[in-house]
Design a protein around this ligand. Sequence first.
Ligand SMILES: [Zn+2]
Length: 343
Amino acid sequence: MSMVLCPNCEEYTEATLGVEKEVYNVRGEPIEIEAEVVICQKCGEKIFDEERDSRNLEIAYDHYREKHNLLSPDEIRTIREKYGLSQRSLSRLLGWGEITVHRYESGAIQDNVHDSTLRLIENSENMQKFFEAKRNKLPPYTATRLEKRIADFLQEDIEQSFQVCFERLVSHQHVDLTSGFKEYDLEKLKNMILYLLKRLDGVLSVKLNKLLWYCDFLHFKETSVSITGTQYVRFQYGPVPNRYYFIIDIMQDEKLLDKSEIPFQTKDGTQQGEEFTALVEPDKSLFTEKEIQVMDFIADTFRNYTSTAIKEKSHQETAYLKCKDRDIMSYENAKELSLSLTK
Ligand SMILES: [Zn+2]
């Protein structure tokens, strides 16, 4: 090690590094750390070293933060940078002293309430609420930029939750009798929906899910595999693709289809129903000739059926009768379907 001036020996001596337990007082609390110290080789005394001392203090602060579950300076900087704000802008937005964030990022220990606030705004939705209430604290240019940034994060959150939901959808599917021995193919399902909507020039939601079911089940009856690998759940009002509304939401989000409320007739009088129309052409290249044939046949067979009529017909199918509400319907019973292509 280098030569240092030992105040005890009053001369330059050789010094070594040692480790020693030291107790620092952090916010009135004793925090013990393994401190690095410089020791004079000649007299064995500790020599004060400013740089090393401030480093030890930092370590004590880290221990304190860890003990009290406070954000580290790095974590605080990361939250600030997420929103592209300067230290000063963030301080202003939060209504703190101008240099407060600067102090925290430089290692000063934050106040507990400030810590909670920082954790809160880490979440984009909370930040948006905060921002809406305090936007006048920021210069207009900064406010506009931050607003856009928050909106981007919120959009990302939505996409992420879509992704999670989608992964759940796919991972819960199996290539067996619940899926018609076909791997789940969301692209194909979306295009089957578009195909039927185009061919029938718009379809009510409650009718569409039964058309999809008939397509997959009839194709299974004819060829022993379904078209889309979709699982269908038995509901009181008929068979419905698993996570049907999630899929419709995706399609609406991707501007593939449009929803509108229209009145329709049932036994109990007029009701409001959702009608879907296709906004884009289906990709027919995804389908085999046989699959197209099945979809055309189902669309044309049920063209003039009301939602109630197709619901009642589906209720008489063995596949429907043989399971209970909320069950996944087995393709096994597709062989007893009342429809056949060859007929
Ligand atoms: Zn000495």
